[in-house]
Design a protein around this ligand. Structure first.
Ligand SMILES: NC(=O)C1=CN([C@@H]2O[C@H](COP(=O)(O)OP(=O)(O)OC[C@H]3O[C@@H](n4cnc5c(N)ncnc54)[C@H](OP(=O)(O)O)[C@@H]3O)[C@@H](O)[C@H]2O)C=CC1
Ligand SMILES: O=C(O)CCC(=O)C(=O)O
Ligand SMILES: [Mg+2]
Length: 742
């Protein structure tokens, strides 16, 4: 008797959550026979909101804080979690979710933009826990291993996605700061012993206060501190707006306001105020009065205008048109609806937005819905050079060719809130001129910066154990795939210089004989890697946390058309496994199409791949041979699904997400029927495979004929479970065959 073990499958948001309603019953039917339980844990935005307010809600509305529960589980060896993409909510998304839940009868408080009372401050701090990238940093107790499986890469080579051509005289480019930004002001130290430190602010007139107290650090931890000068940022943005106009290119801003939830909305707000400078000059007082906060995007201003008397509103709307007429063209997210690049901070997220632009000949949409050359503004220069180098490469050599290009897997330093992505609780918008000091327990100043009002100061940490684990993972991957590995580190950057010392110290702990492992600064690493992929050669990028995020969208989007097809494994430091599905997000457009046309174009390939490695991990860690058989059969099924092109189409009436799940189930059952390692699985799945095959046409018809008309799932952030499940499982024939699996 095999012992029962559990895989935790996360319930998230939007398209992946819809897909789960169809896929999970299949998974549970198949894994049950191997003594593997697949349980869900709800970490959707709605559940997380309810979770942090549970104590304030009536008994029948309370839910567990499942994210905190999973946050504990990832530290245990038995952890085996499949994590689907979830919403990293910007404030507009958070408010929309709150309204929906309130309308459904949940007694949630409103989001207080400017909390005054202690109670309001408490409410805001609870909501802020849910805001932005609040899930991934909690679960990522390990470093990141993302790569395109061979079958997926081969499929892309044979079935290339479209790639926009590049011209030598494209005017598209990246604009980034040359002084005064995070990159140029960085300082870094390594803790020679564990200590408790304080972050102190000394104002110009000598008043001392604490921005953060008693921050516990471990021996060997690298800490860095830096500041973005508001003055330097604003003059940079002013120059870029003027230059975009002069060059006749689109102005676009690319930030990570979701993950960098404290710093990047502030920078976003400055960009909106600079772009619409004339408007703010004329109507600033009115905006103040009606509570406009453009850190949440220009869309916030547009929405708040509704509060004004009609005449005033019309005057301002005319002045907005004036800015559009006089300023440079602005990149659009949705030209039909007039949604610009500056409307909502979560609409344009750099990891996906820059590759999408590079894939589209370096162009973005203009107000007429046509493609146009673009200035991509990435204020901080820490990582912007990588995109400059890629764009320059495309200008010189033309677009990459997906049929021949090599692949770039990534090993990313991510564990325990590494680097910038863990800096929110140590990021501050400075209130007045003075000095920020990081001070150890003996009173020594470890780092200090002179700052001015409005500057953004931040501190990052990365612990030593994750660095050691990361170096080990890089060597393991280089060895397993016999591929050169490049550490993307710049000796001229304070933080990277410390990291380079550690990499050089830890590499000799591993057998690196015969391996090609090098350290290159990000721009040289980009050039080196691009030269190689152009020639069909593979290169592992070994990078810090931000570059991990950027590179694991850039290369997959160029190579495969999307990052959703990547294997995305987080080997947890205590032995468990976290299996993320793709690097892609929640694709809100997909839900819109689903409710309008009952067609879900979400591709669950990432889920298929994650489930196979999760079962493999479970099989190995719990000695469950049957789980291993299921895993191998699933990989076979996925390959066959690709070969037979049974992924979802984009058009209503054709095979969609549900149809692709049916084919996966059929091929999975066939592979189990055809194997001979496990007789019982063979016996169970032989008749299942047979009846799925016999009913193929009928099932596909049942799944496709419902399409083409709207479907009601009663909600966006918390759709009704019953309605959604019915909508996602419309084939009675398929459902009843699944029910017969014992
Ligand atoms: N790991 C996580 O939890 C992550 C979450 N996010 C969140 O996701 C949301 C959207 O982010 P965004 O930057 O637009 O990135 P997405 O990856 O969601 O979307 C970019 C585009 O890629 C395509 N795509 C992505 N995944 C799939 C898939 N499985 N099947 C088919 N097409 C796919 C879609 O394009 P099209 O349909 O036009 O072909 C989509 O519009 C945000 O809320 C963000 O916070 C983002 C990244 C990671
Ligand atoms: O957690 C998030 O908000 C985004 C994560 C992400 O983009 C990634 O890990 O690739
Ligand atoms: Mg990403």
């Amino acid at each position: 008797m095999t012992k029962i073990s559990t895989i935790f499958y996360t319930k998230t948001d939007e398209a992946p959550a819809l897909a789960t309603h169809s896929f999970l019953p299949i998974v549970q039917a198949f894994t049950n026979s191997a003594g593997v339980k697949v349980e869900t844990r709800d970490i959707s935005l709605a559940a997380r909101i309810l979770g942090v307010f549970s104590d304030m809600l009536p008994e029948d509305q309370r839910v567990n804080d499942t994210l905190a529960e999973l946050g504990e589980l990832v530290k245990k060896p038995e952890a085996n979690i499949i994590k689907l993409p979830n919403i990293s909510a910007s404030v507009p998304q958070l408010k929309a979710a709150i309204s929906e839940l309130q309308a459904k009868g949940y007694a949630l408080p409103y989001y207080p933009d400017e909390p005054k009372t202690a109670e309001e401050k408490d409410i805001k701090s609870r909501y802020d826990k849910v805001k932005g990238s609040a899930v991934n940093p909690v679960l990522r107790e390990g470093n990141s291993d993302r790569r395109a499986p061979k079958a997926v890469k081969n499929y892309a080579k044979k079935n290339p996605h479209s790639m926009g051509a590049w011209s030598k005289d494209s005017k598209s480019h990246v604009a980034t700061m040359t002084h005064g930004d995070f990159a140029h002001n960085e300082k870094s130290v390594v803790m020679d012993a564990a200590d408790s430190i304080n972050i102190q602010f000394v104002s110009e007139n000598g008043n001392t206060s604490y921005l953060k107290e008693n921050l516990e650090l471990l021996e060997g931890e690298i800490i860095d501190a830096t500041v973005m000068s508001k003055k330097a940022l604003i003059s940079f943005l002013q120059e870029q707006v003027a230059d975009a106009k002069k060059q006749g290119v689109l102005f676009s801003l690319h930030m990570k306001a979701t993950m960098m939830k404290v710093s990047d909305p502030i920078i976003f707000g400055h960009a909106v105020r600079v772009f619409f400078a004339d408007l703010f000059e004329k109507h600033g007082d009115t905006f103040e009065k009606i509570g406009v906060d453009v850190n949440n995007g220009f869309g916030n201003l547009v929405a708040q205008l509704q509060e004004l008397p009609e005449a005033k509103r019309k005057e301002i709307e005319a002045d907005i048109q004036e800015v559009f007429a006089n300023g440079p063209d602005l990149a659009m997210v949705n030209s039909d609806k007039g949604i610009t690049n500056l409307h909502v901070p979560s609409d344009v997220i750099i990891d996906a937005s820059m590759p999408a632009m590079i894939r589209t000949s370096g162009q973005m949409w203009n107000a007429e819905g046509k493609h146009q050359d673009t200035k991509a503004v990435i204020p901080d220069s820490s990582y912007a050079g990588m995109y400059t180098a890629t764009i320059d490469f495309c200008k010189e050599h033309g677009a990459f060719d997906p049929t021949t290009m090599g692949t770039v897997p990534n090993v990313g330093l991510m564990a325990q809130k590494a680097e910038e992505y863990g800096s929110h609780d140590k990021t501050f918008e400075i209130a007045e001129n003075g000095t920020v000091k990081v001070i150890d327990s003996k009173g020594n100043t470890l780092m200090e910066h002179k700052v001015e009002a409005g500057d953004i100061w931040r501190m990052c940490q990365v612990k030593d154990a994750p660095i050691q684990d990361w170096v080990k993972l890089a060597v393991t991957r280089a060895r397993a795939s016999q591929t050169p590995a490049v550490f993307w580190l710049d000796e001229n950057r304070a933080h990277d210089a410390q990291l380079i010392k550690k990499v050089n110290a830890y590499l000799p702990n591993h057998d690196t004989s015969g391996l090609d492992i090098r350290i290159l600064d990000p721009i040289s690493a980009t050039k080196f890697t691009l030269e190689r992929i152009k020639d069909g050669k593979d290169t592992i990028s070994v990078s810090g946390n931000v570059l991990r995020d950027y590179l694991t969208d850039l290369f997959p989007i160029l190579e495969l058309g999307t990052s959703a097809k990547m294997l995305s494994i987080v080997p947890l430091m205590n032995g468990g496994g976290l299996f993320e599905t793709g690097a892609g997000g929640s694709a809100p457009k997909h839900v819109q199409q689903f409710v309008e046309e009952n067609h879900l174009r979400w591709d669950s390939l990432g889920e298929f791949l994650a489930l196979a490695v999760s079962l493999e991990h479970l099989g190995e860690s719990t000695d469950n041979a049957r789980a291993l058989v299921l895993s191998e059969a699933l990989d076979e099924a996925t390959e066959k699904l690709l070969e037979n092109k049974k992924g979802p189409s984009r058009k209503a009436g054709e095979l969609d997400n549900r149809g692709s799940h049916f084919y996966l189930a059929m091929y999975w059952a066939e592979a189990l029927a055809n194997q001979s390692k496990d007789a019982q699985l063979k016996e169970t799945f032989t008749p299942i495979a047979k009846s799925l095959l016999e009913n193929e046409a009928k099932i596909v018809n049942e799944l496709n004929e419902v399409q083409g008309k709207p479907v009601n799932i009663d909600g966006y952030y918390e759709p009704n479970d019953g309605l959604t499940s019915n909508a996602m499982r419309p084939s009675e024939t398929f459902n009843s065959i699944l029910n017969t699996i014992k």
